[in-house]
Design a protein around this ligand. Structure first.
Ligand code: ADP
Ligand code: TYD
Length: 224
């Protein structure tokens, strides 16, 4: 099962992804938690280039292809092997980030991004996606607070420095995707308390796991 977290910066993705991993681990499962960009060894180099606020000479098209390259490596070397072992894979950002940021934020060929994503992932599609929805201002303030507290080298990265209008486009695109694909995407109010959001996520993941066990059971019965 592939579970992804999406939303603007500071919406609470990493917090929720980490809680989910810890919770599943407590139940005796062995989930894999990863993130994009930077989920593979090559990806970590790409992340440095992508998030370095000095990389301002990167064109929008080059940026798009670097995110896709990061994803292709991540799926081939990290995500697919873990899924083949039957592990639950949790990823902090995945295909929808490219649709929202490059497609809608930057406006680079939004019509072909789903197809480019399909090529980069070899069709590995999320089973469940949580979009954490917060006001742009709230998310950016939270992200700044977090970066200041951790002394992060990525503080004030290229995206956090973008105009508010950029983040508004990204947020609206996430809301549109959630409405367009309700069977996969759950839109959660990211301004709610972290505990309440986590409870809602656990309910959804449990329902997803129960459905899969049921399907697997039916499959076995149908074949015996
Ligand atoms: P993201 O990964 O989406 O950028 P983080 O999980 O890093 O966001 O959260 C950004 C900051 O906001 C962190 O300092 C985190 O502790 C805080 N935070 C996360 N979730 C909540 C929440 N539900 N309410 C208030 N603050 C939160
Ligand atoms: P990240 O550390 O995930 O940001 P945060 O935790 O603050 O949300 O940084 C990733 C940045 O890369 C983020 O600004 C969004 C951007 N991004 C894209 O533009 N396209 C993509 O396909 C991905 C995966 C990320």
């Amino acid at each position: 099962m592939l579970i992804t977290f999406e939303g603007i910066e500071g919406s609470g993705k990493s917090t929720q992804a980490e809680h989910l991993e810890a919770n599943l681990r407590q139940r005796g499962l062995d989930p894999l938690l990863s993130r994009e960009p930077g989920g593979s060894p090559l990806g970590r180099e790409l992340r440095r280039i992508l998030l370095n606020s000095g990389s301002t000479d990167l064109t929008d098209e080059a940026e798009l292809f670097l995110y896709l390259a990061d994803r292709a490596q991540h799926v081939a070397w990290i995500i697919s092997p873990a899924l083949r072992q039957g592990r639950i894979v949790i990823v902090d950002r995945y295909i929808d980030s490219t649709v929202a940021y490059q497609g809608c934020g930057r406006g680079v060929h939004p019509e072909v991004i789903p197809e480019l994503n399909r090529i980069a992932t070899r069709g590995v599609y999320p089973d469940l996606t949580f979009v954490l929805d917060v006001e742009e201002q709230t998310g950016l303030e939270r992200a700044k607070g977090r970066n200041a507290a951790s002394g992060s080298q990525e503080a004030e990265g290229r995206f956090e420095a973008e105009a508010l209008a950029f983040h508004q486009r990204v947020r609206q695109e996430y809301r549109r995707m959630a409405a367009a694909e309700p069977q996969r995407i759950r839109l959660l109010d990211g301004s709610d308390s972290a505990d309440r959001i986590q409870a809602r996520i656990l309910e959804e993941v449990e329902a997803g796991l129960a459905e899969r066990t049921f399907d697997a059971g039916n499959f076995t019965e149908g074949n015996t």
